[in-house]
Design a binder for this molecule. Structure first.
Ligand code: SF4
Length: 215
């Protein structure tokens, strides 16, 4: 069991450095965030923001996106990679939002993860960032990597890591915590070359202690 004091220390440091952590994806409503997160798989947020600017001009509602021809969607999302699957997923997702939820993105984890292309990470991001509902900790590649390097989780899969983080982090902070860890993973604890000597979490980090990189 991770020591409570250590977790508290990590949370305090994150609060100091990322007090208002938020997603880098642009969105004006829950539906736009839902689609942006689906498109962000294996793609940078900057690229997704470029693509969604055009996409939501042409398809501003779930109804419009659901009715858009697949070939047209493929062209619009092409630069985000895996564009055939993504075009299918966002269209199918929009269709279900229209047909099963009256055009409103659902507000529960249970309903969200039943939508095509939506897993727990996407659902937690949408609930937390668009609705302010804390139903999970979104574990993306950054949250997974930083948590494992810090040594606050032994678990390997995003699902298991999420369960562990939900036990350790107060519920009111789940969304902020995930956003802060994503920001930290992007800016400091990068995948290829973590900048441990500049990292405010180094004193609490297993990786830095084991490699001596935090000094
Ligand atoms: S000390 Fe290094 S490995 Fe640990 S969180 Fe910071 S950047 Fe990542």
């Amino acid at each position: 069991m991770e020591s409570e004091a250590r977790i508290q220390g990590i949370l305090r440091t994150l609060e100091r450095h990322y007090p208002h952590a938020s997603l880098a994806l642009n969105f004006r409503n829950p539906f736009e965030l839902l689609i942006a997160v689906i498109l962000s798989a294996q793609c940078t947020d900057e690229r997704v923001n470029q693509v969604t600017r055009t996409l939501f001009e042409r398809c501003p509602t779930p109804q419009a996106l659901a009715a858009e021809p697949l070939e047209s969607l493929e062209q619009m999302v092409r630069s985000t990679g895996y564009y055939r699957n993504k075009a299918k997923a966002v269209r199918a997702c929009a269709q279900e939002v229209v047909e099963k939820h009256g055009g409103e993105v659902p507000r529960t984890m249970e309903a969200l993860v039943r939508l095509p292309g939506v897993g727990r990470k996407t659902a937690a991001m949408v609930l937390g960032n668009a609705y302010g509902i804390q139903e999970g900790v979104a574990v993306d590649t950054h949250v997974l990597r930083v948590s494992q390097r810090l040594g606050i989780v032994d678990e390997k899969t995003p699902e298991a890591v999420e369960r562990r983080l939900m036990e350790m982090v107060p519920r009111a902070q789940w969304t902020w915590f995930s956003n802060a860890m994503i920001q930290h993973g992007r800016m400091i604890c990068t995948a290829r070359k973590p900048l441990c000597s500049r990292c405010p979490l180094a004193d609490d980090c297993d990786y830095a202690q084991q490699t001596g990189r935090g000094t």
